[in-house]
Design a protein around this ligand. Structure first.
Ligand SMILES: Cc1cc2nc3c(=O)[nH]c(=O)nc-3n(C[C@H](O)[C@H](O)[C@H](O)COP(=O)(O)OP(=O)(O)OC[C@H]3O[C@@H](n4cnc5c(N)ncnc54)[C@H](O)[C@@H]3O)c2cc1C
Length: 233
């Protein structure tokens, strides 16, 4: 079977398994793309903040994203276009009316039993999960410590999705020099009883966790991307 035939067959089979939706609104904040999706098959999905969906890309393959919210037959994603990956290209191609199929929602970071404050570490890819966790239970404080390449666009994205978060943005340095300051912010928030949620770049998660040795806290970890790895789930 040719690769084109395989992609077409996959797409056909997928239509029976995927939740099908269409884009009702698209908004950009620098390299961030927010897409609102609606469809009858989104109803009764059993979404919990921290869940993931796997979007089916038209050329084949899947990419994983964190719904900002889910209510009735609609949800929204906030995709960071980091570079030349198929997921970034897909987000750039979406317009009102584009059909989007995806698997999920599925559990990824389940902190629903946690009553106390949450401390989310991550980057641009973690904005959506931090916002979702904050919205899910407004009485539970969420502090987000995010390493980002461009403070202005990250702030615009946070403001644009209406985040009620205590956010600390740290500008990323290619040599990792910013991770010391990042770790200190995390140490302060976790040391006073915060529950850690570690997301984003795998190597940064490892670095800050090394720096937090000796601090006692509970946490969940899910790497969202890693250099050289494609489409982590
Ligand atoms: C559970 C889960 C939830 C996620 N939620 C979100 C979300 O809500 N929003 C979001 O934007 N992303 C999210 N991600 C991350 C996203 O799935 C990855 O960034 C994905 O690799 C993007 O696909 P791509 O086709 O653009 O790049 P790929 O083809 O997958 O990657 C190509 C190369 O680009 C590099 N790369 C990948 N991601 C990044 C990045 N962010 N910055 C710099 N370099 C990168 C890597 O070196 C990789 O080898 C999530 C991932 C997981 C596992």
């Amino acid at each position: 079977m040719t690769s084109t035939a395989r992609v077409m067959l996959g797409a056909l089979a997928g239509r029976f398994l995927l939740r099908m939706s269409h884009v009702t609104r698209r908004e950009t904040f620098g390299r961030f793309v927010r897409v609102d999706l609606a469809g009858d098959s989104l109803r009764d999905a059993g979404f919990r903040a921290g869940d993931k969906v796997q979007a089916f890309l038209p050329e084949g393959g899947m990419r994983t994203y964190s719904p900002l919210h889910w209510s009735g037959g609609s949800t929204s994603l906030l995709v960071f276009q980091h570079g030349a990956g198929p997921g970034s290209a897909w987000a750039g191609s979406l317009v009102e009316g584009t059909e989007v199929g995806f698997f999920g929602p599925r559990r990824s970071i389940d902190v629903s039993p946690v009553e106390g404050p949450l401390v989310v570490f991550g980057d641009e890819t973690s904005v959506a999960v931090a916002v979702a966790l904050s919205r899910a239970r407004p009485t539970r404080a969420v502090t987000a410590v995010l390493e980002v390449g461009d403070m202005g666009e990250a702030r615009a994205a946070l403001d644009g999705v209406g985040a009620l978060l205590d956010v600390h943005l740290v500008r990323r340095h290619p040599d990792g020099a910013h991770l010391g300051d990042t770790t200190e912010r995390l140490r302060a928030a976790l040391g006073t009883g915060g529950y850690g949620v570690f997301t984003g770049r795998a190597a940064s998660i490892q670095a800050v966790k090394r720096g937090l040795a000796g601090v006692e806290f509970s946490s969940k970890t899910k790497a969202y991307w890693a250099e050289g790895k494609r489409g982590l789930d």
